[in-house]
Design a binder for this molecule. Structure first.
Ligand code: SF4
Length: 353
């Protein structure tokens, strides 16, 4: 038996004994698999499960998902981040209903043409729902293969991705590709974890080059960090009678189509006076302003950006000039809007609304 065939057999046997029972493992429905895979690209299984169950309960079929409004989908997605994924899913659901009679295309190339469906997701749907031999290569798979085969090509490079994908496709069990893909990812998540892999009790340790050479901590290799952009957001939380004001984010930027308090963005932390000056267009002759509170700066870490943000609470009375870009919202309705994480946290911590 070759190293590759032993590897495949061992991983599948391990999976039979150790796999976690998860609802998306009970189905071959491509819609449910797609939903679970996209959610799990965002979060851990325990948190992802709650989101998956909420989505599948509310939208049991792709027709239900496609028929929902984008605001409803974004609200349910709230907290998972990468909101473009939710918007792309919604657009893809509509395409599938409109152009494919509600059926996912049953081949890899056609799946890849769907908006927001990359190589990983196309492989997951193709292999699990349609039994086609396409390897899913996620962080878990990179790690297991880098260690067992002693590969130090950086995984965040084009060459690295190609090399690992080729190897994973050679290893795949062609009679049960979906099962093998899930087995290898689960093996990476549980047995060959990033820190403290359980090498002593690992059924692959006889084959594993990293274990033999004592290099498990050094693999996989990453080329380097991407440059982080720092941004500073000053939010104005306005109370005007029983109303507040929200802005819907547009343009090609983070949190597109989510709602937020009126905001000014600066390139460094600025003081209260300058923030208020930038928002002066709000104020009409005779507007009464009370500054109720100013929060400390907080930080939200995104993959390529660090967002520093703070909230300034204002109570306005009398006439105000509200820019037409803002939406007037009854304060008690604010929880119905899909908002980015910093606003969600602020609303949870503060009983202003
Ligand atoms: S021996 Fe250790 S490093 Fe190698 S596959 Fe097993 S758990 Fe991973």
């Amino acid at each position: 038996m070759t190293k590759n065939s032993s590897f495949t057999r061992i991983v599948l046997n391990w999976y039979e004994k150790h796999k976690r029972e998860l609802p998306w493992r009970e189905t071959f429905d491509p819609y449910a698999i797609w939903l679970s895979e996209v959610i799990l690209q965002q979060t851990r299984i325990d948190q992802g499960m709650a989101y998956y169950l909420r989505f599948i309960d509310s939208y049991p079929t792709i027709y239900d998902f496609a028929a929902a409004s984008e605001d409803e989908i974004l609200k349910m997605w709230q907290g998972l981040g990468y909101y473009s994924r939710a918007r792309n899913m919604h657009s893809t659901a509509k395409t599938i209903v409109r152009e494919h009679q509600g059926q996912f295309p049953a081949d890899y190339t056609s799946l890849l043409r769907l908006k927001g469906v990359g190589e990983y997701t196309a492989s997951a749907i193709a292999s699990i729902a349609f039994n086609l031999p396409h390897a899913t290569v996620d962080g878990n798979v990179f790690r297991v293969l880098a260690r067992v085969y002693g590969i130090d090509t950086p995984i965040d490079t084009g060459i690295g991705k190609k090399e690992f994908t080729k190897l994973a496709n050679e290893l795949i069990d062609r009679s049960q590709p979906g099962q093998f893909n899930q087995a290898l990812m689960e093996f990476g998540a549980i047995q060959c974890s990033p820190k403290k892999p359980d090498c002593e009790n690992c059924p692959l340790n006889n084959l594993c080059i990293a274990w033999k050479n004592g290099t498990t901590d050094a693999l996989p290799v990453k080329r380097g960090k991407t440059k982080i952009r720092k941004r500073y957001f000053n939010y104005l939380v306005i109370e005007h009678g029983s109303y507040t004001y929200l802005n819907k984010r547009t343009g090609n930027d983070i949190w597109k189509n989510l709602y937020e308090f009126p905001v000014t963005e600066t390139t460094e932390k600025n003081d209260l006076a300058s923030t208020l000056k930038e928002h002066q267009s709000f104020l009409a002759t005779g507007t009464e302003i009370q500054i109720k509170k100013e929060t400390d700066w907080q930080k939200q870490v995104l993959s390529h950006q660090h967002i520093f943000y703070r909230f300034i609470y204002l109570k306005l009375a009398g006439k105000v000039n509200i820019p037409s870009s803002l939406i007037r919202v009854n304060k008690k309705d604010i929880f119905n809007f899909a908002v980015p994480k910093p606003i969600e946290k602020e609303l949870e911590q503060n009983n202003w609304f």
